[in-house]
Design a protein around this ligand. Sequence first.
Ligand SMILES: C[S@@+](CC[C@H](N)C(=O)[O-])C[C@H]1O[C@@H](n2cnc3c(N)ncnc32)[C@H](O)[C@@H]1O
Length: 540
Amino acid sequence: MAQVVNMGLRACSFSNPFKLPRNRTTHCTTAKGNQPQTIHHSHSCLITIPFFKSFSGSGNGLLKTQKLNLEVSPHRAVSAVRLMRIELGGAFADLLNEKGKGSGENEMGYVQRTLGFRTRVLNHHDLRLVTDIVGGTIRWRRFLDHLISSLCHDKDISSMEPLLLQILRIGFYEIVKLDMPPYAVVDENVKLAKVALRPGAGNMVNGILRKLVVLKENETLPLPVVEGDDRAQARALATLYSHPVWMVRRWIKYLGQEEAIKLMIWNNIEPSFSLRANRARGFSRDDLVTQLNALKVPHKLSLHLDEFVRIKTGLQIVIHAGLLRKGLCSVQDESAGLVVSVVDPQPGETIIDCCAAPGGKTLYMASHLSGQGKVFAVDINSGRLRILKETAKLHQVDDVITAIHADLRSLTDNRQLKSSKVLLDAPCSGLGVLSKRADLRWNRKLEDMEQLKKLQDELLDAASKLVKPGGLLIYSTCSIDTEENDDRVAAFLVRHPDFRIDTVDGYVPPDFVTSSGFFFSNPVKHSLDGSFAARLIRAL
Ligand SMILES: C[S@@+](CC[C@H](N)C(=O)[O-])C[C@H]1O[C@@H](n2cnc3c(N)ncnc32)[C@H](O)[C@@H]1O
């Protein structure tokens, strides 16, 4: 049985939504005074025992509840809980959006509430494993679920206990995709299921994972075959490469099957990240490189942008070292940096950033103004705008940024705000950033595309009203979808014949310039996020 250290109040929780109530005797570890002892009770409630110890160190007598489990592998326990939170919509797969930044107190609180115990605090190595397991398990969800339902008696896994399903997904991912030593994986996940759920759940995990190990060793995994009509082929590919069927069909239509497969392979690879040294804080790329060397974080200089460095691993170390918190650098993909190159901000200019939050491009543009000029940062989302303002202070560019909380579409009716440079970084499907946003592929729906295109048209019309005669409108997205990119520009030019395309040639490396004069970063070709930008000049 797991070693359980109980500290805190007696509390009996019947409300854990991740466990099925059981009418059976369960072993719990409890304590009399400070002595642990085992009791039996007739439901799966969690019992914690009075310890009368303050964890805050404040000596205020506040009683906290905590059970520390040192037996289950902590990164698997934390991964299982994070996966449930993501699936239930409580968190993003993207670690950067995690308020708790990994194994912080917030996250351990979720672990405690979900599993009924805490794990030890995670170290860098554990956090790296959590990131890999969570990201990979989400990416491969359709593929893993196909295998799980093929191996389960009950083929409909949608009714399976959420926690049990996550534990199985983790085990399947570790065995099939990470090629980890199979029997260690079986043992660890069985232990987690037993402790976090009940012994019977552990037995079930044991049976299914062992079946999987045999099938893998015999190379007889039940995989779909790509055959039949277009729809059947798309379905098989969607399972094999773990994407929604509608995306696969769309990419086959626009890119052909070979390129669609390459794109899905790219989306399934662990992403690398880029860091931008913040020149506004007097922190150069050389300074950043010195810090990364000291932290032993492997890195490569960007081939395209002077302030950028690429890292494949070690982001947690950078976060932990406080480089982001101190505003010395930010995590920003080079594709986003290249959109700013298309804008080409110069000291003294006034730029309106129409959809600015959380501020990645605003801050980078502001850092190029060298204290002279202005960026008006408009956004409809007050929470995201608050993040922009806070980060602007941290980056010491707040003196050149004015935040405006507004719907761009009504802003243009009421104000006299106009400029010679207007950036519209429009809300989009995010189909160019699926490798980083592992959960996005499952959240995005085909119906979203029509709504987004309509919104993009409306925002383009609104942004165009802010452009002075002879001025420039830059339209950008982080999508690779031609209907959100080239087609939106084409439709805009029909509605606004006073605008014309100004090629991005000369602003970005030639390799990124399309035949129509737009900027386009192709994940497969450039090993960057996918993004798009067009320069549109208004007639005098
Ligand atoms: C792609 S994100 C912008 C990312 C940002 N440019 C950056 O680099 O960090 C799109 C933004 O558009 C904002 N938005 C959506 N509809 C809007 C509207 N009607 N008016 C103003 N902002 C809007 C969203 O709140 C979101 O922050």
